[in-house]
Design a protein around this ligand. Sequence first.
Ligand SMILES: C=CC1=C(C)c2cc3[nH]c(cc4nc(cc5[nH]c(cc1n2)c(C)c5CCC(=O)O)C(CCC(=O)O)=C4C)c(C)c3C=C
Ligand SMILES: [Fe+2]
Ligand SMILES: [Fe+2]
Length: 339
Amino acid sequence: MAKKGVLLVNLGTPDSAATPDVRKYLNEFLMDGRVIDINPVSRALLVRGVITPFRAPKSAKLYKEIWSAETGSPLLYYSVRQQELLQKRLGDEYMVELAMRYQTPSIEAALDRLKAALVEDIRVIALFPQYASASTGSVYEKVMRLVGQWPTIPNISFINSFHDNPLMIEAFAQNAQKHQPEQFDHVLFSFHGLPQRQLVKCDHTHNHCLKSADCCQTLTDVNKFCYSAQSYDTARLIAQKMGLKKEQYTVCFQSRLGSDPWVQPYTSVVIEDLAKQGKKKLLVFCPAFVADCLETVYEVSVEYDGEFKQHGGEHVQLVESLNDNPLFIDALEGMVKNR
Ligand SMILES: C=CC1=C(C)c2cc3[nH]c(cc4nc(cc5[nH]c(cc1n2)c(C)c5CCC(=O)O)C(CCC(=O)O)=C4C)c(C)c3C=C
Ligand SMILES: [Fe+2]
Ligand SMILES: [Fe+2]
């Protein structure tokens, strides 16, 4: 009997931490029109002429800090673990493939393997809990472009987002327990940032996002596809699971690039404010990621920890990502089986 196909896709990482590989990765990533959403000529000038030449050597140094001699990039390592564990969980009836939107393993090769195995349908899961055009949207556009060229287009389905998946929420809360959350002065939910204009573009009502200061802080029928609203909802659900009161946590957005306004508040600003208020120990979740990566193990654990100390704080503790937590594999199994 034909197998059912599952394609897991995460963002991607350089092939190595060497500057030429980081340059190649950044060029592919930032030349994506959903990531730097300006006209193609300006984008090429900005990315190839300004951002990549300056950023590649700097980012390569950071990648060297997180690169393991045995397992390489944490993002790829944990994505492969998730694929292996999900395959084991689903058994022979399914064929689970892993791809990265940028660099390797490619979406094209993964789809070719599914096609060669004559799978009858394909469930595609972009590994981003909250929907953004720059992440989930880009993955699904690429998959549709490739499968769109096949003579026979199989049954294929996508998941817009899984920001409120109960098993995922439980997995994040479980990961925090080992750090004794009651010993921290404040909790942050630090999501990957996005340019504000990308939020507004994804507002399918054209009349809601960023129209008022708190319009995207509550998820409703009107903004249910909004990255910011989905992020606040994920944070609310994890906080609820942990029994946190509203005043015990803050939602913020990290990893800003360039000078345009991004979704606020910025994590670095929040961290400085909290240090100045006399908070000493912060517990930080990064629930936009399902696997540890540069943005968690370096940006939070090293950069934000350093900034917090500079302003009088004592310690920033990252809650590790979902990685190979069996609860997250349960969550993926449920998404494949439509539970
Ligand atoms: C949550 C999903 C992500 C969204 C949305 C996203 C948007 C986005 N990112 C950049 C620029 C960079 N991001 C970088 C790293 C990075 N980004 C994500 C996820 C999302 N990005 C991940 C998982 C990672 C880590 C990859 C790894 O190898 O560990 C980087 C590269 C690192 C660096 O040089 O700082 C850049 C650059 C933009 C511009 C953007 C939205 C428009
Ligand atoms: Fe990013
Ligand atoms: Fe919004």
